[in-house]
Design a protein around this ligand. Sequence first.
Ligand code: LLP
Length: 434
Amino acid sequence: MHHFSYRDGSLFAEDVDLRVIADAVGTPVYVYSSATIERHYQLFEAAVGAAAPMGKAHVFYAMKANGNLGVLKTLAALGAGADTVSEGEVRKALAAGFPPERIVFSGVGKSESELRFAVEAGIYQVNIETEGELDLLSKVAGQLGKRQEAVFRVNPDIGAGGHAKITTGSSENKFGVSFEEVGRLYSRAANMPGVRMMGLALHIGSQIRETESYEAAYTKMVALVGTLRGEGHRVDRLDLGGGLGIPYDIPKDLTGRDFDHGPGLIEAYAAMVGRVTKGLDVELGFEPGRLVVGNAGILLTRVLHLNPRPTKQFLVVDAAMNDLVRPAMYEAYHEIWPVAEPEPGAAEVAYDVVGPICESGDTFTTGRLLPALKPGDLIAFMTAGAYGASMASTYNQRLLVAEVLVKGGEYAVTRPRQSYEDLLGTDRAPPWLA
Ligand code: LLP
């Protein structure tokens, strides 16, 4: 369930009318619902916590999905950990109040300075993805007189996910050390002063809406735990990654607005985890991103112009692919809800909804049936809380989009729209042209 619904003819985020936010903050603007974030986090945490062997499960929110400070603080307050993939994310997680001992640092290409920062900060775990990184981490931590706890991210050669660009677990993908190499690397690490290997991690992809691929990959990992232990290695932790998908297609009949995660997907996933890891003496880790924030955010935009053609009708809105790149990049589908509630049975028009950017790829959808709209009307791209604002850019010298967090009847601008001073002020002319 999410907390965007129609009241008295207008779309609300919790108890706040989206028209009020659009008028006060301007558009385009992302609007997040605290209650939805909290609910989805708690649902997931309770399910995997109950399924984990000995009830030991740590949930590290994958903050690449949405790094808004208000969102992060909401999750930190619930006791969530953070899964980070850059020094910037580690810094932001700390600034948002995640204690270092609840921060995991993953990523294919961590630099020496990034590793140094993370080790110095005292984070919980580094997920090592290459042999070179193992050497680098041990060197850096050794120099700091520390021994960093780490796991190997293993590539299980089982990929899954909603789009080729977000599949990560296949051996054709760049992620993780190969299954065959882990034993050798574990042995090497045992003699290194700067690392303490604690276990294994994997992440097979994103927007995965079945449990079979997970089960196949996790089963391989559990076998690997046994093999490594047989070789005398310590394997206390198993980080099972993120990637559980969410529904983007909200039923047109808006009376059934409870469109959570599909019939029992979280429950089925947790049950499978329980089954596969049963009796295994490990602490489980999870890195959900989209699942926590996806349905908790919308992108609110205003219609600028209509552009009728003989064969179609373009609806030009003030949001563009720089604000929400998922349709252009992954052919992603986002529901569009008009902020003014459509009259039952109102006539519909097929629109190509496009942004102002100077390329045809700046198309959110084609032939989408919506009630007739006119310039000034507001519409919402639903399910835009994950990988929306976090992937926004300033392409076409457009201002970085504003973000708002709602809690009950209150809202706060947690990221003001970038100013033109900020946008242009960081540029420097070369001396020969100054
Ligand atoms: N852990 C690791 C190591 C990851 O690489 C990712 C996502 C996650 C966790 C969280 O996955 P989630 O639970 O959010 O699926 N921009 C794309 C999605 C890219 C996902 C990248 N990795 C999109 O908009 O669909």
